[in-house]
Ligand binder design. Sequence first.
Ligand code: FUB
Length: 326
Amino acid sequence: MTAKPAVVALLLVASLAAAAAHQPRAGNPILPGWYADPEAHVFAGEYWIHPTYSARYGQQVFMDAFSSRDLVTWTKHERIIDTAAVKWAKRAMWAPSIVEKDGWYYLFFGANDIQSDTQPGGIGVARSRSPGGPFVDHLGKPLIDKFHNGAQPIDQMVFRDPADGQWYIVYGGWRHCNIARLNADFTAIVPFADGSLYKEITPTGYVEGAFMLIKDGKYYFMWSEGGWTGPNYAVAYAIGDSPLGPFERIGKILQQDSTVATGAGHHSVLHSPSGKWYIAYHRRPLGETDRDHRVVSLDELRFDARGRIEPVRITREGVAADPIAR
Ligand code: FUB
């Protein structure tokens, strides 16, 4: 006697669920220690996360990085960049953004938390032959060292527009966000066709933590809202037809969950070779109130049929193993 198709289907679903339950999961937080502002990538067949070392500003004088083949087991790469090797950077090294170009890895970072144009610091760029460093200062001075359109020069993210190959930097603290064009060797900001260097693209609610995802010809601009030291930090987004917007806020995609963690924000988006989408972000463990006690977590990011981002479910169990084939 043969089993009925409905029974076969049920058995199949049950065995798939059982297999999924036994799959190794990464668990959250995904990295050990206090870290924030993670940027996640796939470089040369490995997952990489570059975060801010989360401590008092005077102790933020280096950055570590982490690599993995499967999102479950991570290897720490210590002090991939250090203020000792960047003569103008003294403290508050923040929010790494890293891109690969022509065999070099370029790491953009904020340093010194400048409060006015008279203070030294801003957004710098360093480069290395490996995402694990060591990174060497590329310019000997900051790339952006002044406030433009009210934007503090921090929290940069660098991306290439596939439409025309142009490299852009989006950045900004103090509730203002700018976009600028980079030259081919990342040594300077170059003007737009109208001669301007910095265009403000600040959407409603923007505070800091700019991030651009380009998917299916659309520009998903995302940012952090609320205060990073408190529980209400969050990520919201807009969708535009060009890197310059206009960007109209659609809504929040990431925020605290009173049963899991608080202060979820300053994120990046990872597209794995398997086709899955993930969001890397930091959050504060329940009961923690120290502003620097932030941990890096990874959860799934989903899009609906219209291409809108679904609200993220932040989890303790984290994502399932997603090995990169060798
Ligand atoms: O980690 C330092 C600062 O905290 C970042 O630059 C902000 O965006 C916030 O996450």
